[in-house]
Design a protein around this ligand. Structure first.
Ligand code: AMP
Length: 536
């Protein structure tokens, strides 16, 4: 059987790993890096760039560069380039295709199966969208697992001692916190909480807004509507943020940021860590609520935790580390690489699915409650949040009006008592109910959640035995026909890219042969002209 790769499809960066023997290993990309920027760009001459190449040209081609698409997964957001409109699933599939290709080059064999991670707090439609992105990229997604759970797998695989841990995962665009019980070969998630729209990008926005305001104060020029200038400001903001994780101050230097009445204006200022902490304090504070909730749902307090693992690039921010430390009353554990442990955990889960990693049982939970809308805009819960998955639960409902022969079932996910305040995952109609007075028909609604956290709902009129079953696919998700079309597009592009690549290689080798005294093979294997010259 072929290998199953583990993919951390991140908001900012992605990472791919595979089991080699008993050890999960990060796969180094074609660019020689251990993570790949989750960036896709469309050049004016129709070329598609993914990863570092796309990130490098973002400033000069910002309108045709797509970043942080993960934030839009499961929504009806579309990326419009020329006459084509791309779903977030299709853009994510381009990133997945690159990771798949890197894995194939590394392993020297075709890769068709993967485990992909998602934030624990992803809703059903976001999970479904991630699975669809995998399919479009030509991957059979064997399992969707939660990022903090994957991190705990990477941490806990060889832990003999029973312990309860917390995983605090602050990435580029999402925040998750999970409390887990690790006991011999069983890793059980006790509770999870989070915020799907909180991450490093928000820290960048705070700093970028501050830089733009300071620039306006010193030069009188408002750059906020100049997209190219703002792209530079955002990049400088992220760079400053990262530098401030290691030093107490940093300088931001953006020459020729805009043209003023008196000529070009430059932005130059020193940003201190104290100022950065001031600007972003509310974001750090916003992670406390989910931590409290996860601990409460798990029935624990900070002192019950043996370890707190920090995951995600943004957990390197010193103010974040200090806050976690004071909240949990212990120094966070630094023994795992926050950028790689999620992909490593996904690779381990791949090994479990292949049977190469033995006797490891992973018990995860559903992050949000599920139920249906009933009379008076009420949310009737059927599955509570933090219920271990897979799970199947039923409840009997009835009609609200006399002689009602059909019911509309609005499937909801969320924690609010008011139905309309929760996310509707989809609606369906059960018709053909036997005519009877209100409250007489018995309609059994059953929710089943599979190990990926993906929801199936069925409704059955117990009087007639008539049933309706749906796999939830909200209006924002792609239809089967759309997925099939996208798969064909992706395949066509992969072949085109391969052809272009081979053509370039042929041209390059021919060019090398024409160079007197240079051996194409020697230079090809070093990939470096200087190396070939040195050898002479
Ligand atoms: P991830 O999604 O886990 O790859 O996290 C990416 C986020 O982490 C981005 O917002 C990065 O800017 C941020 N990040 C990476 N390294 C650091 C660092 N040293 N300090 C602060 N933020 C960082």
């Amino acid at each position: 059987m072929s290998r199953v790769i583990g993919i951390d499809l991140g908001t900012t960066n992605s990472c791919v790993a595979v089991m080699e023997g008993n050890e999960p290993t990060v796969i180094v990309s074609a660019d020689g890096a251990r993570t790949t920027p989750s960036v896709v760009a469309f050049t004016k001459d129709g070329e598609r760039l993914v990863g570092a190449a796309a990130k490098r040209q973002a400033v000069v081609n910002h309108q045709r560069t797509v970043q942080s698409i993960k934030r839009e997964m499961g929504s009806d957001y579309r990326v419009r380039i020329d006459n084509h409109s791309y779903t977030p699933q299709e853009i994510s599939a381009m990133i997945l295709q690159k990771l798949k290709k890197d894995a194939e080059d590394y392993l020297g064999e075709a890769v068709t199966e993967a485990v992909i991670t998602v934030p624990a707090y992803f809703t059903d439609s976001q999970r479904q969208a991630t699975k669809d992105a995998g399919r479009i990229a030509g991957l059979d997604v064997k399992r969707i697992i939660n990022e903090p759970t994957a991190a705990a797998l990477a941490y806990g695989i060889d832990k003999e001692q029973a312990q309860k841990i917390m995983v605090y995962d602050l990435g580029g665009g999402t925040f998750d916190v999970s409390v887990l019980d690790i006991n011999a070969d069983v890793i059980e998630v006790l509770a999870t909480a989070g915020n799907n729209r909180l991450g490093g990008d928000d820290f960048d926005t705070c700093v970028a807004d501050y830089l733009a305001a300071e620039f306006r104060r010193s030069s009188g020029i408002d750059v906020t509507r100049d997209a190219a200038a703002m792209q530079r400001v955002r990049e400088a903001a992220e760079k400053a943020k990262i530098e401030l994780s290691a030093s107490l101050n940093t300088t931001v230097n953006l020459p020729f940021l805009a043209m003023g009445k008196e000529g070009p204006a430059h932005l130059e200022l020193t940003l201190t860590r104290a100022k950065f902490d001031d600007l972003t304090r509310h974001l750090v504070q916003a992670t406390i609520g989910p931590m409290e909730q996860a601990l409460k749902d798990a029935g624990l307090t900070g002192s019950d935790l043996s370890k707190v693992l920090l995951v995600g690039g943004s957990s390197r921010i010193p103010a974040v580390q200090q806050m976690v430390k004071s909240f949990c009353g212990k120094e966070p554990f630094k023994g795992i690489n926050p950028d790689e442990c999620v992909a490593l955990g996904a690779a381990i889960q791949g090994g479990v699915m292949l049977g190469t990693v033995k006797s490891l049982l992973l018990l995860d939970v559903t992050p949000l409650s599920l139920g249906v809308e009933t009379v008076g805009n009420t949310f009737s819960r059927i599955v509570d949040r933090n219920t271990t998955i897979p799970v199947k639960r039923s409840q009997i409902f009835s009609t609200a009006a006399p002689f009602q022969t059909s019911v509309d079932i609005n499937v909801l996910q969320g924690e609010r008592e008011i139905a309309s305040a929760n996310k509707s995952l989809g609606r369906f109609r059960l018709s053909g109910i036997r005519r009877a007075m209100a409250g007489v028909p018995q309609i059994e609604v059953t929710f089943s959640i599979d190990a990926n956290g993906i929801v199936n709902v069925s409704a059955k009129d117990l009087g007639t035995g008539k049933a309706q079953e749906i796999t939830i696919s909200g209006s924002s998700n792609m239809s089967e026909a759309e997925i099939q079309r996208a798969m064909q597009d992706a395949q066509r592009f992969a072949e085109e890219d391969k052809r272009k690549h081979e053509e370039e290689e042929r041209r390059w080798k021919k060019h090398q042969k024409q160079q007197p005294g240079a051996s194409a093979d020697a230079a090809g294997s070093s990939g470096n002209d200087d190396g070939a010259e040195d050898a002479e």
